[in-house]
Design a protein around this ligand. Structure first.
Ligand code: GDP
Ligand code: MG
Length: 365
C-alpha cells in the first residue's frame, strides 16, 4: 500500500522460505502393542512388509527412540518414543529423557485398556505447554468383538460412544478438561476419527507448519486432496505475486526451455505429493493387481508433457498454453504463462489423485 515493492517482495520471500524450511516432529508414545508402528506405516503409506516399515509386532518392547522420516517430505519425522514402563512412572523425568521440547506435539496411543500412566503423562505434557492428542486404536476389532458377543443388541455408534466416554472420563479424572479423544483403526485410516484428527491438527499447527503437514498426509480422501491442492495454490500464488511485484527479477529473463524445465519439476513435485508419481503408481499397481499402463489410462498428468514423435517439448508447451488461453498464444513474459500452467498442472494432478482413489476404492468393494 505504501508502494514499497522491494520490502513487500522481501516479506513474501521470507514467508515462502519459512514455509519451505518448516520442520514437523511428531512424537508417539503409548503402550507396546497399541499400534504406534502400524500408524506410522499407514500414515507414511508404507506396507507392513516393506523393508523400511516400522516393525509391527504383537509383543514389542521399544527401549530407545526410533525415528521415521517421511519418504517424500523429509522435513516430517515421526518419533517412536519408548514405553513409559514401570508402575512408579514419573512423567517429568520421562519427558526430560525424551527431550520433549523437540516435538511439535504428542500422540498418546492406547488400545484395549486405559492406563492411568497415560493420563499422568497427558497431564504433564499439557503442563509443559505442549499439545497432546489421545488416540484410541483398534476400534475395528472392538466393533467386531461386540458384534459377535451381542449380535442382537449391537449398535455401532453406542459402542464407539462408550469407548470415547471411557477414555474421556479417565483423562478428566486427572484434571484434563474437555479431553479430545480420537478413535481410529490403522487398517481403515479413512474411517472413524482420523479425518477429524487431521482437521484439528491442521487448525492447531502454526501457520508455517501447516503447509508441510498437509503435503505429508496420505491421499486417502477427496477432502485431503482438496486441502493439499489449496495449500499448493497458495504457494503458487505467493510466488507469482513476487514476480508481478518485481517484474525485473531473474524470472523475467528466463528462456522457454528454462521455463519448461521448471514446469516439469513442478509437475513431478505435485505427482509425488498426490501419489501419482511412478513409485506410487507401482505400489498401487501391486496392491490392486492392475498394470501401471492400465492405471495410466485413467489419469491425465503422466501424459501432460509427453510428446508425440514429430513434436518438440516446446510445441507441446505452446499447445497446452493455447488450450488454456482460448486458443491464443499470447505474447508476454513466460512467468505469466507459467503461473497459469502451474495451476493447470496442479489441478490435473489433484484430479488424477481423486480418480485413482475412486478406481481403487471401487475395485476393492
Ligand atoms: P506398537 O507396539 O505400538 O508399535 O504396535 P504395533 O503397530 O506393532 O501393533 C501391534 C499389533 O496390533 C499388530 O499385530 C498390529 O497389526 C495390530 N494393530 C495395530 N493397529 C491396529 C488397529 O487399528 N486395528 C487392529 N485390529 N489391529 C491393529
Ligand atoms: Mg512399535
Amino acid at each position: 500500500m505504501e508502494g514499497n515493492l522491494e520490502e513487500a517482495v522481501g516479506i513474501i520471500n521470507e514467508l515462502i522460505e519459512r514455509i519451505e524450511n518448516a520442520h514437523l516432529n511428531i512424537a508417539l508414545t503409548g503402550e507396546s502393542g497399541s499400534g504406534k508402528s502400524s500408524f506410522i506405516n499407514a500414515f507414511l503409506g508404507i506396507g507392513h512388509e516393506d523393508g523400511d516399515a516400522a516393525s509391527t509386532r504383537v509383543m514389542e518392547t521399544t527401549t530407545s527412540i526410533s525415528s521415521y522420516e517421511h519418504p517424500k517430505f523429509p522435513n516430517v519425522t515421526f518419533w517412536d518414543l519408548p514405553d513409559i514402563g514401570t508402575p512408579n512412572f514419573q512423567p517429568k523425568s520421562y519427558l526430560k529423557q525424551v527431550n520433549f521440547s523437540d516435538y511439535d506435539f504428542f500422540f498418546i496411543f492406547s488400545s484395549a485398556r486405559f492406563r492411568e500412566n497415560d493420563a499422568k503423562l497427558a497431564q504433564e505434557i499439557r503442563q509443559m505447554g505442549k499439545k497432546f492428542y489421545f488416540v484410541r486404536t483398534k476400534v475395528d476389532s472392538d466393533l467386531d468383538n461386540e458384534r459377535k458377543a451381542k449380535p442382537k443388541s449391537f449398535n455401532r455408534e453406542n459402542v464407539l460412544q462408550q469407548i470415547r466416554k471411557n477414555c474421556s472420563q479417565h483423562l478428566q479424572k486427572v484434571g484434563i478438561e474437555e479431553p479430545q479423544v480420537f478413535l481410529i483403526s490403522n487398517f481403515e485410516l479413512a474411517s472413524f476419527d482420523f479425518p477429524k484428527l487431521l482437521d484439528i491438527l491442521g487448525e492447531e499447527l502454526p501457520e508455517h507448519k501447516r503447509h508441510v503437514f498437509l503435503l505429508s498426509l496420505p491421499n486417502i480422501s477427496e477432502a485431503i486432496i482438496n486441502q493439499k491442492k489449496a495449500t499448493l495454490q497458495e504457494k503458487i500464488w505467493l510466488k507469482d505475486l513476487t514476480s508481478v511485484l518485481q517484474p525485473f527479477s531473474s524470472l523475467m529473463g528466463m528462456s522457454r526451455e528454462d521455463n519448461i524445465a521448471q514446469l516439469q519439476k513442478h509437475l513431478n513435485d505435485y505427482q509425488r505429493a498426490f501419489g501419482v508419481d511412478d513409485a506410487s503408481l507401482l505400489k498401487i499397481s501391486q496392491e490392486s493387481n492392475r498394470s501401471i499402463e492400465e492405471l495410466k489410462t485413467f489419469i491425465k498428468s503422466p501424459h501432460l508433457l509427453t510428446i508425440k514423435e514429430d513434436e518438440s517439448l516446446s510445441e507441446r508447451y505452446a499447445e497446452i498454453f493455447c488450450s488454456l488461453n482460448g486458443g491464443l498464444l499470447a505474447t508476454g513474459p513466460y512467468y505469466r504463462k507459467s503461473y497459469k500452467m502451474q495451476l493447470y498442472f496442479l489441478e490435473t494432478v489433484a484430479d488424477d489423485a481423486k480418480t485413482l482413489l475412486r478406481e481403487i476404492w471401487e475395485s476393492s468393494v
